[in-house]
Design a protein around this ligand. Structure first.
Ligand SMILES: *[C@@H]1O[C@H](CO)[C@@H](O)[C@H](O)[C@H]1NC(C)=O
Ligand SMILES: *[C@@H]1O[C@H](CO)[C@@H](O)[C@H](O)[C@H]1NC(C)=O
Ligand SMILES: *[C@@H]1O[C@H](CO)[C@@H](O)[C@H](O)[C@H]1NC(C)=O
Ligand SMILES: *[C@@H]1O[C@H](CO)[C@@H](O)[C@H](O)[C@H]1NC(C)=O
Ligand SMILES: *[C@@H]1O[C@H](CO)[C@@H](O)[C@H](O)[C@H]1NC(C)=O
Ligand SMILES: *[C@@H]1O[C@H](CO)[C@@H](O)[C@H](O)[C@H]1NC(C)=O
Ligand SMILES: *[C@@H]1O[C@H](CO)[C@@H](O)[C@H](O)[C@H]1NC(C)=O
Ligand SMILES: *[C@@H]1O[C@H](CO)[C@@H](O)[C@H](O)[C@H]1NC(C)=O
Ligand SMILES: *[C@@H]1O[C@H](CO)[C@@H](O)[C@H](O)[C@H]1NC(C)=O
Length: 617
């Protein structure tokens, strides 16, 4: 059966379609199938990485990262080590960016500046350099928007990426209704020209996060990111030179665990999109499909029709739109009509054939793993995959791909902009969901578990909050030998006691440039600042403490004959920043943190009623 490329469109029915049809050129197209393996199925008991990923990591770690460690740590004397002793034994590091709409994208961008060696202030603070020693970067939903913007734009420094020219996120133009109703009509008209071609799925995101859109051409009919493919990251110069961590974006599907289907953290499957494949390392799936041909109808990995392989399905806007497709649901929670939800879905990358409220947050992709793992994979018989927002199962930080044992990751730095508390701060929920999944679903179903567990964390969100852990960075698993060390960087109020702007509600879809700058700055200052108990001052040792944590696992990788003890300086850091169940901290040690959002209370120009008037106009 050939994949369905046509999308029924309420939108084109009520918007005039202009004469320029060039965007249609960006639709997926058919080609003769090459003689390759389209699908990689591997044993659930011995999972294997894509060979292209393995060689990327090994080249980055042998040719690029060693020098970056030296640049970051110097000779090591500032933290009590000799960096040269760790050569060939450096830990494998990953950074993860949570979901949370525009809030998460902007928070994540500010954090990236703080860990980027290209930012001189960050280097001086000691935090700038972490990004350059990382082997992996994962993103989900709003974090996937950030990831897409980075990887589709040659991995630029984020200050320029967000507010400069490459590409410039144009957040002052609303995501849903840019420039008010009249301008919005032009915007939708431009978009509608390519909607028939499927190129428009996710195009509202493409306008903001991909190359080619600025304030001057926002409303014209140039391609605005259409035609930019996720698989094209493979050919980008920065990627060929291994200049960036290997990117992974997560997406969920309904799965089955212990007899239940869907809706809980345990019964959803987690998928990942890399530049090479769409894959799931969940034990019941354990397979991946070549991303370049991902729209192709396959059965047991073989094209159903060898003359009609699909290319061009993996539009970047569509990939990041699929990872974030809960967003229309969040926006429409006020009770939108089906037609209105469909407009949102089209714009945000979640096209569905038949719309009902129940599938409001589903993106349908042809199922490339049809016929694979028939006894365990619930969608093995299905020609389509119903893909859900990467955070649907509550794991709002994309930990899952980073816990895959075959990836051998030693340190995970997790940026969390979840909206858990009433004031839109994270409270550890995402970590708790991941612990639950990693300790049950990913372990019980296998004789030989293929995923690492998270280290010990507090038992409840109340504990996270009362211990003040969500107000400052914390290291988890400092002494554990069988889990990665996790560095949690929660979105938190300014340590200085200033009024916060980084906790905007998920529904906010417009930000003035000066607001975005304040958000970047606040996320940045906290990430280079650490904390000093009972003060509102940054910790002058924090940057070096972060270095201590990121390099610590090198000690356990050294040959046993040459042990290196944790240095005195790093031991002091660990006393302050490690979660220690036998010496608990308190939120009282973090005085004067303001929790209430200080941004404009009603800047969101989006409302269901204004959308209704647009739809009926
Ligand atoms: C470092 O990043 C911050 C926050 O994004 C930005 O304000 C500053 O201009 C950057 N500094 C340099 C030297 O790039
Ligand atoms: C962005 O678009 C401009 C103008 O088309 C082009 O010159 C530039 O190379 C593009 N950058 C990337 C990273 O694709
Ligand atoms: C699986 O189901 C059994 C029986 O219903 C139950 O006792 C067990 O707790 C379940 N396991 C998980 C991890 O939910
Ligand atoms: C997932 O499963 C739940 C519970 O069975 C169901 O309500 C929902 O419609 C399913 N979603 C998809 C996309 O299949
Ligand atoms: C296979 O695909 C080709 C090219 O799209 C098409 O012409 C042909 O009819 C297809 N064959 C079958 C059996 O569907
Ligand atoms: C941004 O500028 C507007 C005026 O142009 C001002 O009202 C608003 O307070 C500023 N926002 C921030 C966060 O500085
Ligand atoms: C490491 O610490 C242990 C226990 O304090 C000590 O016995 C040992 O000599 C130290 N090793 C090195 C290499 O300093
Ligand atoms: C780690 O081990 C050291 C030395 O045994 C101990 O002093 C410290 O309290 C432990 N830290 C945590 C977080 O368990
Ligand atoms: C407990 O932690 C505090 C910092 O939060 C530290 O000052 C104190 O020394 C620690 N006590 C022990 C026994 O490690």
């Amino acid at each position: 059966m050939a994949p369905s490329l046509s999308i029924s469109l309420a939108l084109s029915a009520f918007l005039a379609v202009g004469s320029c049809a060039s965007l249609a050129d960006y639709a997926p197209s058919f080609t003769t199938c090459p003689d390759i393996s389209f699908v990689r199925a591997f044993s659930a008991n011995r999972q294997e990485l894509n060979p292209s990923e393995t060689s990327y990591i090994s080249e980055r770690e042998s040719q690029v990262i060693p020098q970056n460690w030296k640049s970051w740590l110097g000779d090591g004397s500032a933290i009590g080590y000799e960096t040269s002793v760790f050569a060939n034994h450096f830990p494998r590091v990953a950074v993860a960016f949570s979901g949370g709409g525009y809030r998460a994208s902007q928070f994540g961008a500010g954090v990236i500046s703080a860990i980027d060696a290209r930012n001189a202030t960050s280097v001086a603070a000691g935090t700038g350099g972490l990004l350059q020693v990382s082997s992996y970067l994962s993103g989900l939903s709003g974090g996937a928007w950030l990831t897409g913007s980075l990887y589709m734009n040659d991995f630029p420094a984020t200050q320029n990426m967000v507010l400069g020219s490459q590409p410039g996120w144009t957040m002052d133009e609303d995501l849903i209704l840019p420039g008010g109703l009249l301008d919005a009509l032009e915007y939708y008209e431009a978009i509608s020209q390519s909607i028939d071609a499927k190129a428009a799925a996710g195009l509202a995101l493409s306008y903001h996060f991909l190359n080619g859109t600025n304030d001057a051409n926002f409303f014209d009919t140039s391609s605005h990111g259409a035609g930019q493919l996720w698989s094209s990251i493979q050919q980008a110069a920065f990627f060929l030179n291994k200049q960036a961590p290997f990117p992974l974006v997560t997406i969920d599907t309904n799965g089955s665990f212990n007899g239940t289907t869907g809706t809980t953290v345990l019964s959803l499957n987690v998928w990942e999109v890399s530049p090479y494949e769409l894959a799931s390392f969940d034990p019941d799936i354990s397979a991946g499909a070549d991303l370049t041909f991902v729209g192709t109808s396959l059965f047991e990995g073989v094209p159903v029709n060898k003359s009609s392989c699909v290319v061009g399905f993996d539009q970047a806007g569509f990939v990041i739109g699929t990872s974030s497709n809960i967003f229309p649901g969040v926006l429409a929670a006020g009770g939108a009509e089906a037609e209105e939800i469909e407009v949102l879905q089209e714009l945000l990358g979640a096209p569905v054939d038949e719309l009902t409220p129940a599938n409001a947050v589903v993106s349908k992709w042809p199922n490339p793993l049809q016929g694979i793992a028939p006894s365990t994979f619930v969608d093995s018989n299905s020609p389509e995959l119903d893909l859900l927002d990467g955070g649907t199962n509550g794991e709002n930080i994309p930990f899952n791909p980073l816990l895959v044992k075959a990836r051998e990751i030693d340190v995970i730095v997790a940026m969390d902009a979840s909206e858990d508390t009433d004031n839109s701060w994270p409270d550890g929920s995402s970590l708790l969901f991941t612990v639950e999944r990693a300790s049950t679903f990913l372990q019980e179903t296998l004789r030989t578990p293929q995923h690492q567990q998270l280290p010990e964390i507090p038992a409840s969100t109340d504990d996270f909050v009362s211990q003040g852990l969500n107000l400052r960075p914390t290291f988890f698993g400092c002494n554990s030998t069988d889990t990665p060390l996790v560095i949690w960087i929660p979105n938190a109020p300014p340590l200085t006691g200033d009024a916060p702007f980084t906790n905007s509600p998920t529904e906010q879809t417009t930000y003035e440039h000066n607001e975005t700058q304040v958000i970047l700055n606040q996320a940045y200052e906290n990430t280079i600042g650490g904390f000093v108990p009972n003060t509102n001052s940054p910790d002058p040792n924090w940057g070096r403490c972060l270095q201590c944590a990121v390099v610590d696992r090198a000690r356990s990788k050294l040959p046993p004959a040459y042990p290196v003890n944790r240095s005195e300086f790093c031991t002091a850091c660990f006393t302050q920043y490690c979660y220690n169940p036998s010496n608990l901290t308190s939120s009282d040690e973090l005085p004067n943190r303001q929790l209430v959002y200080a941004g404009p209370s009603s800047t969101s120009s989006f409302s269901i009623s204004s959308l209704s008037s647009l739809v009926s106009s």
